[in-house]
Design a protein around this ligand. Sequence first.
Ligand code: PBG
Length: 323
Amino acid sequence: MSLPIRPRRLRTSAAMRAMVSETRVHPAQLMMPVFVREDITAPTPIASMPGQSQHTLDTLRRLASEIAAAGVGGIDLFAIPERKDAEGSQAWAEDGIMSRGIAAIRAEVGTDLVICADTCLDEFTDHGHCGVLTKTGTVDNDATLPLYARMAVAQAAAGAHMVSPSGMMDGQIAEIRAALDANGYTDVAIMAYSAKYASAFYGPFREAVDCSLQGDRKTYQQDPANRREGLREALLDIDEGADIVMVKPAGYYLDVLADVAAASPVPVAAYQVSGEYAMVEAAAANGWVERERIIPESITAIARAGADIVLTYWAHEYAQKWA
Ligand code: PBG
């Protein structure tokens, strides 16, 4: 049979396949989301995210140094305070758990990891929304912006190299950039959660941060049906000064990710969220999928679609096993 063109030739051996592989994920491009909690004395496993825990300041430090030693690029810190209020004031408190968590990581690893902090109020407000509320109970965009600015400045003061606004308020990037610059933090980068969808895939995370939310975030996070709008949000954030833009969730939003990657002049991140993690762990625990293959495949797919940076709860394990 005359069949001169045979794509299978490039799949004949592991060496051949490795040579022509288009996508390789390096641990330096991975970021590990981690949780620190104020009112605990020992790490507390998160039931819906097997393998992940809420950490004490001590175990957070240890984890940060292990992650750095494994070659992971960065860490993204979420903090769970003991006290919550309507404004979320523990978010910027100098002696609050967020500031102390950042300082602890910074003291441990210095600049060996990119230390990034989540810049959003939802863990800190008693109503669980990402911003403050008006008298009628809607989320007040413009009143929230100065609070984000305060939080970002406090995170920079505590030693964060990067802040990551995830609250989806309009104008948040410009407001935070101006506040960081006015306070002398011109070198602190902003990773913008730009195309962030109102997703059911955040379910396990809500347990991880003891979220008090009643209702949903649909007036500020995006409708999962909207692709064009994801690109628009990213372009707006770039105009406002974002150093990195992000798409979230990742694996179910690869079209949005590919659009943003094609258009963005700045690096693009994607966040493989708690639900993406939990589904794989649950199916693997039942023997329904091959855990050791599906994890690297899921991360590679996100990089293939255009992510320069992947936030994943498997970052540490990936660096140890598959890099
Ligand atoms: C909000 C925030 C959320 C996540 C990261 N930042 C939850 C939400 O928007 O409800 C979700 C992360 C995950 O599911 O892994 N500050």
